[in-house]
Each structure stands twice: as structure tokens, then as C-alpha cells.
Design a protein around this ligand. Structure first.
Ligand code: T1G
Length: 708
């Protein structure tokens, strides 16, 4: 019996090409720096130093990227030597000139490897950056020390605090790279550069000796400015201020002490719950793209798209499609409505121009791909049609009847409905297998979340088409089953009710908003109501009135405000007063008087709540409904709920979403809270069977996230 098996290609492949040792990193899918790659790099550099025939070293990545960074999947697991800082220090200490040739991503530890090299060349399409801050970390392999020395404190802080990617030309201007290749053949460009260095007898040029911090006064000023700005903006995040401290250490300490300073702070960040939350968010928003349908079916064509309706949603969806380079035909019922629809689209672009986000030219180019019509016949060759008309079943069915009549076989017919029964819409036409829910969030060209709602009879390739569209629109798509509110709005209704109960029991809406903002949301629930318009929730409550459990507690405060026409910002007052059209509202004594009257009517004796008590109830309600949604199969996994709440409802990313947060506080503790609250209101606080089962088995939500 032969034991041979195809040797797995080594993660790092050194090969001598003349007098250049070419070190190729080959670790799919993105050349992340796992233990094998780190080991292979050190061995390659050792061999270069030991071999007199080697006169230069060239480091290059196989596949589409140089190196994507440290292997994020290793965090939280026992460290395996060699550490990345050791690898970088070993590269920098090499006795032969080391060239890093960059294509695709050189991010985080990937850029740190390049910075530890002596010379750097990038080719078109390369993206360089230090995005560790987006993972709750900081560049922990010498990046804070070398980047500041190479490009100066201000540029280094801008790069590390934003986590943004820079292209080859900007990298050249900053001094991150020495050359930009003439061709996109990264290997040839890198080899040519290495030969040139040999021919000119170039010595190793160590970044730790770079003089970017020579102007101590300017550097100190840049650090002070960054610290002040970060204190204002970092909103509870741990790593940004530590990045500033590390750059200050680079200014004031010898290199090796600066490395030690950086390493201590990196480890503090790596062990923090914020890193765990942000890394979970990173993987969750990629895992949601995987569903049984996307694994098993090919998407249909997506070249010509129709949008029915030119209102706020229709226009926002049209802009999202145009921004993705797609062609859009908008259908409205008559010329005047169509003109209004086009004006809505133009208004979105003009707003972005006003903010300096885009140029007139980008708007003009986008509008070249936009046309409109008042007859459905214009959609005869559309690949996909998305309707965003009035939220009324009869209106939607009439639209789908027209689409059924004119659209070509195989066209995907999607509804943007927020809550109507998509199975009922699908059953109303001859091709239910082509009907899908694509639930955008307003403003549709900005909000990343797209709920792909899967009716019972839809074809798998239609669902795959919905996910493919999300990828083109650079949105986070989450698969949702059909129910009232799908995933996000269904949860919102429940945790908003929990807030209403707190309000009637004694907490003011202003205290609730403040507590929720301190938890990390950008706005509290009552600020959200005032922004979106209280009339929307009012209509939903009236719609649900017929099916609401009469025994369920019902707080009338919101209805009382709506009955007065106090819908929020658009009417100048809601829960808050917006004097002179101000966007920031002020608490309103009249609202508090209404709340007192409602408490009296309900026979409630108000009691005080701490912010911590408010957040525990708010989160317990959110987590419990999220568990029900997973239990019922409306969401595939807890991580799908996390991605939905983070990308559509402002859940703080560093907490990883409600289900990850529940695991971090302990599911048994959440269940204990729910059972405690159920003593006051057993109907509202019914523990989800999923939570009861997981706690009984000593499991958590993460155990349900494993790829099936
Ligand atoms: N580690 C492990 N897996 C990674 C990874 C990483 N760094 N980056 C991507 N993946 C996986 C990803 O989960 C997906 O897996 C597949 O690769 C394709 O990813 C010490 C500590 C590189 C621009 O933050 O920005 O270095 O779903 O869908 O659109 O200072 O991935 O196929 O199973 O995103 O072509 C810093 C993170 C790490 C870069 C490619 N680096 N990655 O985009 O593909 S911390 C980052 C990205 C660090 C040091 C510190 C992008 C990309 P699967 P993808 P893409």
C-alpha cells in the first residue's frame, strides 16, 4: 500500500532564480499569515542569509493578493510560533536586500511584511492598508513603529485610524512604496527591481532607521491632534487611542522599546471583547452570503433592471443599481409621476454632490444608464424587476399581474415589501417560482443590509440571483423566511415594545434613548421613531390591531402622540421637539405629561430604572425574538440575525450583533433575566424554546453558526 499522497503545495515556496531567491507565498484564499506561512518565511530568509549565491530576495504572493494580513481565524486560539513580529524583524535583519512586490491586497500584517522588507514595488490594482482598527486591533507586527518612521506621524495615524486602503499611486506619494510597476505583472516587475538593486549594489535599507519622525515638534503636534480627534470620535472603541499611544512611543522611544510598547497594547486589544465582536462581524457578513441556494444554483442574468415606482424607496433602489453600473428602467403610472421619480433620483445624486461625495460627472454618467417609461411593455427584456410601490396587497398584486403579462420567461420578479405576505403575491401570478423578496432599507443607496426573502415556491437560482445582485450592489445580503417583518423589522417591533413597557413603568423616553446610545447604538428607539416618522409605526400597529392578543399589554403613548399629528422631525415634534427645523430634538414636557396620564389610565405606579436595567430588558427582548426567528427557520443561523441588526438597525459593530452579545454575557444569564421579567408579564416574556434548549445543553448561539 503506498502512503504517498499529492504533496500539499508548501505555503511558502522559495526558488532561486539566478541570484534572486524568489519567495512565493501560496496559502489560499488570500495568503493570510497563518503559522505555516510565518514559519516558511523565516526559513526562507534564513536560507537566503546562509546561501552566498543569493544576492537579493523577492517576496511575492500567489493568486490575487500579496498578503491579506494575519490569519484572523487564529485569534482567540493559543499562539503558535513564530510570531508575526518575529517574522518581520527577521526579514528586516536579512543581510541581503529584500524586495516586496505587491499586487492585490497588502493589508495589516501583509503590509507589515512589506514594511519590514527593504524595498517595495506595487502594481496597478494593489490596495495597501492597515485595517486592524476595524477588527478592534492595531498593527501589531511593528506596523505602528515602522509606518510612522517611514511616512511620518500624521500620514501613519491617518492610515491606521481610518483603516482605509490606498492604491499604488497614493502609496508612492506617501512613501509606502518606492516604485509603481509599469505593467501588472507583479512577478516580472519585482524581479526586475531586484536585479536593478543587485546591479547597483544596493544594501538592505531598514525601515526602522527611516527618518519620518525627525521633525519632533511637527510629529508631536500631529499626535496631539489625532488624540484629541480620536477621543471625540472613537465612541467607546479601545484600539484607536492605543494606536495614537504607539505612534507617540515611536517618536519618543528607541525602536526595540517601541516594539515592546506596541506588542503590549496589541495583546490588550486582542484579548478584548471588542476584538471578538468585530472579528465575528467580519466573518458573519461573509457567511450570510452562503445559503443552500447560493451553494447549489447559478444566478440568472442581471444586465437590465426595472424598478416600479419612483418614490423614496424606488429612487433609492434605482440609485443603488446605477451606482453598481447597472442599467435601470423606472416605470411610473404617468408622465408627471415619472418626472417626479426622475427628480427623486437626481435629488439623491445632487445631495451627494453637495456633500462632496461624488462629482457632477459621476452623476451624468450614471443617468446615462437611467431611463423611464409609463408602460410596462418597456420591461419586456428586463432580467430583474423590483417593485417599490405603495404597501398595499391589492396594489402589489396589480403590479405583479402586469409583470406576469409583459416580462420575458425567466425574468426575476422581486418585491421590496416590508411586511406583506410574499407567498400570497407569488400565488397571484402564473410564475410563482420567479418571485422573490428584496427588502431594502432606506436610504436604499446607503444602507448595506438587503434581506433576501425566500417564498415557499421560489426557484433556487432566483434566490441565488438575489444574492448575486447584493454582491454587485456591495450590500450584505441576509436570507430571510416569510413572516411579518422578516428578521429586522420583526425584532424591532419587539424590542421597541420592551422600551414602551419601560416607558410606561417609569423610565422616560429620553432616559431610554440615552441608555441605548451609551450601549453603542447611534440613536435610541424614540429618536429613531421621530426620524423615520411615527405615522409609519402607527399604521403598522393599526394593521396588527385585528390580530393582536387582547391579553397582551398595549402602551398607548405613541398613538396619543400620533393622534395629535406629532409624527417626529417631519412635523416639528414627536417624542422630541425640533425647534426651527433642528435635527437634534429636545425633551418635551407635554410628552411627559401625556406619559403620566397614560400611566394613570393604565394604573401603573411609575418606578425608577437604572440605565443598566433598561439595557438588560431592551437586549433580552431583542435576543429572545432573535432566537425565535432562528428557531422558526426565518433566519438560517444566529449570525444572520447579527448581520441584520448591525447593517440595518445600528447595532454597535464592536459588540458583534445581539446573538454574539448574548453569548458574551452568557446565555444562561439572559435566560435568567427573561424568567425574572416574566414574573411581571408572562405573555410578553416567553423564553424562546431555542434559548431554553441551548442553556439546558450547555451550548451557546455560536454553536449554531458552524457551517452546516
Ligand atoms: N484571515 C483569514 N481569513 C481571511 C482573511 C484573513 N485576514 N481575509 C479574508 N479571509 C477569508 C474570508 O473570510 C473569506 O473566506 C475569503 O478569505 C475571501 O475573503 C498583526 C493582527 C483581503 C480585501 O483585515 O479585507 O493583520 O468566505 O470574501 O472580497 O497587524 O478579505 O471564502 O471562507 O473578503 O476578495 C488585517 C481582511 C488582519 C484584511 C479580499 N487584515 N480581509 O477581499 O474576499 S489583522 C484584514 C479583507 C492583522 C497584524 C494584524 C478581504 C480582502 P470564505 P473575501 P475579497
Amino acid at each position: 500500500m503506498t502512503l504517498s499522497s499529492a504533496p500539499e503545495a508548501a505555503a511558502v515556496q522559495p526558488a532561486l532564480r539566478g541570484s534572486v531567491l524568489v519567495v512565493t507565498i501560496d496559502h489560499a484564499p488570500v495568503n493570510a499569515l497563518n503559522a505555516a506561512v510565518r514559519r516558511g518565511l523565516i526559513d526562507a530568509i534564513e536560507s537566503a542569509d546562509a546561501n552566498a549565491a543569493v544576492r537579493a530576495v523577492l517576496i511575492v504572493g500567489a493568486g490575487r493578493n500579496f498578503i491579506a494580513g494575519a490569519d484572523i481565524r487564529e485569534f482567540g486560539k493559543p499562539a503558535v510560533p513564530p510570531s508575526l513580529p518575529d517574522v518581520c524583524n527577521r526579514i528586516e535583519a536579512c543581510g541581503k536586500p529584500v524586495v516586496a512586490a505587491i499586487h492585490g491586497a497588502a493589508l495589516g500584517g501583509g503590509l507589515e511584511i512589506a514594511l519590514a522588507s527593504h524595498y517595495r514595488i506595487a502594481v496597478e490594482g494593489a490596495k495597501l492598508g492597515l485595517p486592524e482598527v476595524q477588527l478592534g486591533l492595531l498593527p501589531g507586527a511593528g506596523g505602528t513603529q515602522r509606518t510612522a518612521r517611514l511616512i511620518g506621524a500624521q500620514a501613519a495615524l491617518s492610515l491606521m485610524l481610518s483603516g482605509r486602503h490606498v492604491g499604488p499611486q497614493e502609496a508612492l506619494r506617501l512613501g509606502l512604496v518606492d516604485r509603481v510597476g509599469q505593467s501588472d505583472d507583479v512577478f516580472a516587475e519585482g524581479l526586475a527591481y531586484a536585479h536593478e538593486l543587485i546591479a547597483t549594489h544596493a544594501a538592505p535599507r531598514r525601515t526602522k532607521n527611516a527618518r519620518g519622525l525627525a521633525d519632533k515638534e511637527a510629529s508631536a503636534a500631529a499626535i496631539a491632534a489625532a488624540r484629541a480627534d480620536t477621543q471625540k470620535k472613537s465612541r467607546g472603541l479601545l484600539s484607536p487611542l492605543k494606536i495614537v499611544d504607539c505612534v507617540e512611543a515611536a517618536l519618543n522611544l528607541p525602536f526595540d522599546e517601541g516594539l515592546r510598547f506596541e506588542r503590549e497594547r496589541f495583546l490588550e486589544c486582542r484579548e478584548s471583547p471588542q476584538r471578538a465582536g468585530l472579528v465575528h462581524a467580519f466573518f458573519a457578513e461573509r457567511e450570510t452570503q452562503k445559503s443552500p441556494e447560493t451553494r447549489g444554483a447559478q444566478p440568472r442574468a442581471l444586465d437590465r433592471i426595472g424598478v416600479i415606482g419612483g418614490g423614496t424607496m424606488g429612487a433609492g433602489i434605482a440609485v443603488a443599481l446605477l451606482d453598481a453600473g447597472l442599467s435601470v428602467t423606472m416605470i411610473e403610472r404617468d408622465d408627471a409621476s415619472l418626472e417626479r421619480g426622475r427628480a427623486h433620483v437626481e435629488k439623491v445624486y445632487d445631495g451627494l454632490i453637495e456633500k462632496g461625495r461624488i462629482t457632477q460627472e459621476i452623476k451624468a454618467r450614471a443617468l446615462q444608464r437611467f431611463d423611464g417609461d409609463t408602460t410596462y411593455d418597456a420591461l419586456a427584456d428586463a432580467d430583474l424587476v423590483i417593485e417599490a410601490v405603495f404597501e398595499d396587497m391589492a396594489v402589489k398584486k396589480a403590479v405583479f399581474a402586469q409583470l406576469d403579462r409583459v416580462c420575458k420567461p425567466g425574468a426575476v420578479l422581486a418585491t421590496n415589501t416590508s411586511y406583506l405576505d410574499i407567498d400570497e403575491i407569488a400565488a397571484s401570478i402564473s410564475r410563482p417560482q420567479d418571485v422573490l423578496g428584496l427588502h431594502f432599507f432606506s436610504p436604499a443607496n446607503i444602507m448595506k443590509l438587503l434581506e433576501v426573502v425566500v417564498p415557499a415556491r421560489v426557484a433556487a437560482d432566483v434566490v441565488a440571483t438575489g444574492f448575486e445582485l447584493a454582491k454587485k450592489l456591495k450590500k450584505v445580503a441576509v436570507r430571510a423566511g416569510v413572516c411579518d417583518g422578516f428578521i429586522g423589522n420583526r425584532m424591532l417591533a419587539v424590542y421597541r415594545t420592551a422600551a414602551d413597557h419601560l416607558m410606561e413603568d417609569g423610565a422616560s423616553p429620553y432616559q431610554i434613548d440615552n441608555a441605548v446610545r451609551d450601549f453603542g447604538f447611534p440613536m435610541g428607539p424614540y429618536q429613531v421613531v421621530d426620524l423615520a416618522g411615527g405615522d409609519i409605526g402607527w399604521a403598522a400597529r393599526k394593521r396588527r390591531a385585528a390580530t393582536r392578543d387582547p391579553k397582551a399589554r398595549y402602551v398607548h403613548v405613541s398613538d396619543a402622540l400620533c393622534e395629535r399629528g406629532w409624527f417626529g422631525q417631519k412635523t416639528g415634534r414627536g417624542f422630541y421637539r425640533y425647534e426651527g427645523g433642528a435635527r437634534a430634538g429636545k425633551p418635551d414636557a407635554e410628552v411627559e405629561a401625556i406619559i403620566d396620564a397614560e400611566r394613570e389610565r393604565a394604573g401603573v405606579t411609575p418606578r425608577a430604572f437604572s440605565d443598566e436595567q433598561i439595557v438588560r430588558r431592551y437586549m433580552a427582548a431583542m435576543i429572545n425574538e432573535g432566537a425565535n426567528i432562528v428557531h422558526e427557520g426565518i433566519a438560517q443561523r444566529p449570525l444572520d440575525v447579527d448581520a441584520t441588526l448591525m447593517h440595518g438597525f445600528g447595532f454597535p459593530r464592536y459588540r458583534g450583533g445581539p446573538m454574539h452579545f448574548a453569548d458574551s454575557v452568557g446565555l444562561e444569564n439572559v435566560l435568567t433575566d427573561i424568567r425574572e421579567f416574566a414574573k411581571e408579564d408572562p405573555l410578553f416574556w416567553r423564553a424562546s424554546p431555542l434559548i431554553v434548549d441551548l442553556v439546558a445543553r450547555g451550548k451557546n448561539f455560536a454553536s449554531l453558526n458552524q457551517a452546516d
